[in-house]
Design a protein around this ligand. Structure first.
Ligand code: NCD
Length: 305
């Protein structure tokens, strides 16, 4: 199901795909801090035209832990892009050197375009405000690991739900499960209509809220995202969004004991640092599980099973 497949958007993946990915990721956890030779001789190219810490480094760690090699660039500095080389020519070249290409780009559709150009599989490491499928796979994996199943969970998404590509992709991935989703944000930061229409047409149950306090008592998971400053076209709108929500120890007073807090990171100021020491915080664990999850993904895409 996965062999030589492009990973462009979360909506392309079924429940069976995700369950296979999760089972293999769980198996890969035992190798996430050592090394095996499952992908010896394979090369992954990173084409990161936009900043990244976790996505890039967890892909790189995953490939190295599996015995494969990594080439590529982050930021176009030092590459021929500075000389005016086109995106298409850069991708065509990486395709000649590597077995799989991970692309991150500020423009929506960049990964899809790369997939049309490259013969080898392309993985979207985040493009514009639209998609970040491997982050969504990771987020659902953390829920699956923590609770033993994704079905039945009550999940609150908090923050800039309009511009965060992780939110769009997570909503799409969650349509494969029987969950309740609470969207918590000011009205102007609600997900785009096309995203909402799609997930609702797939039967995802969503409700809208402007305050965390309204729903905190029922939640199993809070998923927080930062205000995506670089995606706002209007600086005044950014000023309006800034500081419109923040999770503090006070917010958690009425939370279930088992509530977990996730965040794709980077965090700016939307989660009080004092929360890090509470049993609810899982965002660093989530970043850590990015390695076995991406080991699983690379393994499934690069081996015929
Ligand atoms: C996110 C991204 O780049 O979309 N980070 C990540 O990949 N873990 C989230 C963000 O930038 O807010």
């Amino acid at each position: 199901m996965w062999y030589r497949r492009d990973v462009i958007a979360a909506r392309e993946f079924t429940r069976a795909d995700l369950e296979e990915l999760f089972e293999v990721a769980k198996y890969m956890e035992r190798y996430a801090r050592s090394r095996v030779d499952f992908l010896r001789g394979k090369v992954m190219a990173l084409a990161f035209f936009e900043p990244s810490t976790r996505t890039r480094l967890s892909f790189e760690t995953a490939m190295r832990r599996l015995g494969g090699d990594v080439i590529g660039f982050w930021g176009a500095e030092g590459t021929s892009v500075e000389k005016g080389e086109t995106f298409a020519d850069t991708i065509r070249t990486l395709d000649a050197y590597a077995d799989v290409i991970v692309v991150r780009h500020a423009h929506e559709g960049a990964a899809k375009l790369a997939a049309e150009i490259a013969e080898n599989p392309v993985i979207n490491g985040g493009d514009g405000s639209s998609n970040h499928p491997t982050q969504a796979m990771l987020d659902a994996y953390v829920m699956w690991r923590e609770f033993g199943a994704v079905d039945g969970l009550n999940i609150g998404l908090v923050g800039d739900l309009r511009h965060a590509r992780t939110v769009n992709s997570l909503l799409e991935a969650l349509t494969n499960f029987n969950v309740k989703v609470r969207l918590i944000c000011p009205e102007f930061l609600r997900p785009r209509a096309e995203v909402l229409d799609y997930v609702q047409s797939r039967g995802l149950k969503v409700s809208f809220h402007t305050s965390i306090d309204e729903v905190i008592g029922d939640l199993d998971v809070i998923y927080v995202v930062r205000i995506q400053r670089e995606r706002f076209l209007d600086p005044l709108e950014y000023e309006r969004a800034k500081g419109s929500y923040r999770i503090t120890l006070e917010t958690l007073k009425r939370a279930k004991r088992s509530l977990i807090i996730l965040h794709p990171l980077p965090r700016v100021d939307e989660i009080d640092h004092r929360i890090d020491a509470t049993p609810h915080a899982r965002y660093f664990k989530q970043a850590e599980l990015g390695v076995p999850l991406r080991m699983s993904l690379l393994y499934l895409i690069l081996t015929s099973g």
